[in-house]
Design a protein around this ligand. Structure first.
Ligand SMILES: [Zn+2]
Length: 190
């Protein structure tokens, strides 16, 4: 009787462990399922993908005038937050992966745009509103436009506090935020 009792106790222990495993499995499944929900509402891509993300050539045209000072920091800041990308500045040739150009006298209600010729050629143009912005806004504008050149589109509105790729206004954080880093990792991660 004692032996039987001991057996049944062991059985109980096994059952409990099996139940625990099942619960763990269900819990892991639920965590995975729910962690996928915010992802569906996160970063967006614009369809362009650089073929050489670890050696992205860029240049800043003299047409940006006095704003050129320190601008390269806010191009290359992407590589400080995203190990998947790195940059090499060069003199303007018109063929670099990213060219930054100034049309600073044109008032069109826009700080800047990024035009895409193909996967590997993107031209950022700064307009008059850029010259009216605060220096932090100017820096955030450069980070944002380079984000377009890297392949990021505007984020979902719900992610605006976590992304430099917000369609309007500023976070006053001139660097890639968590949603941006997740996007670059998804696009270029190895
Ligand atoms: Zn934009």
């Amino acid at each position: 009787m004692i032996i039987m009792s001991s057996f049944s106790k062991r059985k109980d222990v096994r059952l409990n462990k099996a139940l625990q495993r099942l619960c763990c499995f269900v819990l892991v499944f639920l965590v995975l399922a729910f962690s996928n929900l915010p992802k569906a509402q996160a970063y967006n891509f614009n369809g362009f993908v650089l073929s050489n993300p670890t050696n992205i050539s860029y240049s800043i045209s003299s047409t940006v005038g006095g704003y050129i000072s320190g601008m390269s920091n806010f191009v290359e800041i992407w590589s400080g937050f995203c190990s998947e990308v790195s940059f090499a500045q060069q003199a303007w040739t018109g063929t670099e992966n990213i060219g930054i150009y100034g049309n600073l006298n044109l008032s069109n209600g826009t700080y800047a745009i990024c035009a895409h010729a193909n996967n590997n050629r993107h031209v950022i143009t700064l307009f008059n509103d850029y010259t009216q912005a605060t220096s932090v806004e100017q820096h955030e504008t450069i980070v944002h436009e380079v984000g377009h050149a890297l392949g990021s589109a505007h984020c979902q509105p719900a992610q605006e506090s976590k992304s430099v790729m917000r369609a309007n206004d500023f976070n006053n954080k001139p660097y890639p935020l968590s949603d941006d880093r997740a996007g670059i990792s998804a696009l270029y991660g190895y």
